[in-house]
Design a protein around this ligand. Structure first.
Ligand code: MRU
Length: 360
């Protein structure tokens, strides 16, 4: 496990590692209100689809804990409002809505009318979501192993490691698992403009894991694939539509095009909580646009001419045709994804049930 905690429930508060300050400052923030949780997701104190899902689940626990509601009906209404607030904090990663809706359906299925018991059930479900995330990530890593040669060079985009999840990571988890199983691993780390999740966070994690790497600028990946041997591109995802179209950090689509042009397989690591079967294809995925400041300034220093404007979509959609395989906690999905993803989502329900925590 990582020597740091991305997020942790401690003494009825939620403690988050402030990812905006990494790698040079390790600082934790302690949150006790759901409004603070929504803001921490929005301002990217915590980021990465699975991490924000688990964070939002604990946000619901804080909402239940501090609710002024006197009756269970009032508490349910209060939790629905908290859910709406959390869901609005970042729109693309479906894990957030998935986790919050999972808490709501748990609450709606309860027969108790005692608000304290409702809080305990919400907290228990949040812990279950967090535990599942770690188990899921480890299994994704194991499921990917047969795809990898013993000496393997990756290109990796954004940050998909322990920091982007509750622990271990998804695409970075695949890299870790290969390393732990004795593969000779090397990673080209896309720096990932504009927030530099690759240069700041992935490089930090790889350093601590002792996995050799070099940072490249995002625009270098085509050249690297042409001039050096790259065996696989591995990326995470924020939402996968029913046909396999995948939203992930801006730049993933360019990377996928370059990978296809050079015959390099592109693997998407996807917990089934990131698969959204309600959307037929990627056109329907909401894409977050962030502030232009993220592009025209670096660390608060203006780099573009005064008055310059910028367009800052935080994610893009890679069409399914460029994705070699999607690796989930229950196996490897190959095209046609309409069929294989549906099967994986069904199988994951049974897989999850065996680890469910008993109700308090
Ligand atoms: O804007 P971010 O840093 O939250 O974006 C993160 C990504 O795009 C990751 O690739 C994705 O969430 C998967 S993390 C396991």
């Amino acid at each position: 496990m990582a020597p740091y905690r991305t997020l942790e429930w401690r003494d009825n508060t939620l403690v988050l590692l402030d990812q905006r300050l990494l790698p040079h400052t390790v600082h934790y923030v302690t949150l006790s209100r759901v409004e603070e949780v929504a803001e921490a997701i929005r301002n990217m104190t915590v980021r990465g689809a699975p991490a924000i899902g688990a964070t939002a689940a604990y946000g619901m626990a804080l909402a239940a804990l501090h609710s002024p509601s006197k009756t269970p009906e009032e508490l349910r209404t209060h939790l629905e409002k908290a859910a709406t607030l959390l869901k609005a904090s970042r729109p693309t990663a479906v894990n957030l809505a998935w986790a919050v809706d999972r808490i709501l359906s748990r609450v709606n299925a309860l027969s108790t009318s005692n608000p304290a018991q409702i809080f305990e059930a919400v907290l228990n479900e949040a812990h279950t979501i967090a535990d599942e995330d770690i188990r899921t990530n480890r299994q994704i890593g194991l499921n990917a192993l047969p795809l990898l040669p013993p000496k393997v060079t990756f290109i990796h985009h954004c940050n998909t490691g322990a920091l982007a999840t509750v622990d271990y990571g998804t695409a970075l988890g695949i890299i870790r698992t290969a390393h732990e199983h004795g593969h000779e691993v090397f990673v080209y780390v896309d720096e990932t403009r504009p927030r530099l999740q690759g240069a700041r966070l992935t490089a930090w994690e790889l350093q601590q894991l002792g996995i050799p790497f070099q940072i490249i600028v995002d625009g270098a990946s085509g050249f690297v694939m042409r001039t050096r041997k790259v065996d696989a591109v591995v990326v995470g995802c924020d939402r996968v539509a029913a046909n396999g179209d995948t939203a992930n950090k801006i730049g993933t689509y360019n990377l996928a095009l370059a990978a296809r042009a050079h015959g390099v397989p592109l693997y998407v690591a996807a917990p089934t909580s990131t698969i959204d079967l309600s959307l037929p294809n990627g056109d329907a995925i909401p894409i977050e646009e962030r502030s232009e400041e993220e592009i025209i300034a670096v660390d608060g220093h203006q780099i573009a001419p005064l008055g310059a404007t910028a367009y800052n979509p935080a994610f893009d959609v890679t069409p399914a045709q460029y994705i070699t395989a999607i690796i989930t906690e229950v196996g490897i999905a190959y095209p046609p994804y309409e069929q294989s993803l549906r099967q994986q989502v069904e199988q994951a329900k049974t897989w999850r049930e065996q680890f469910r925590r008993p109700d308090p």
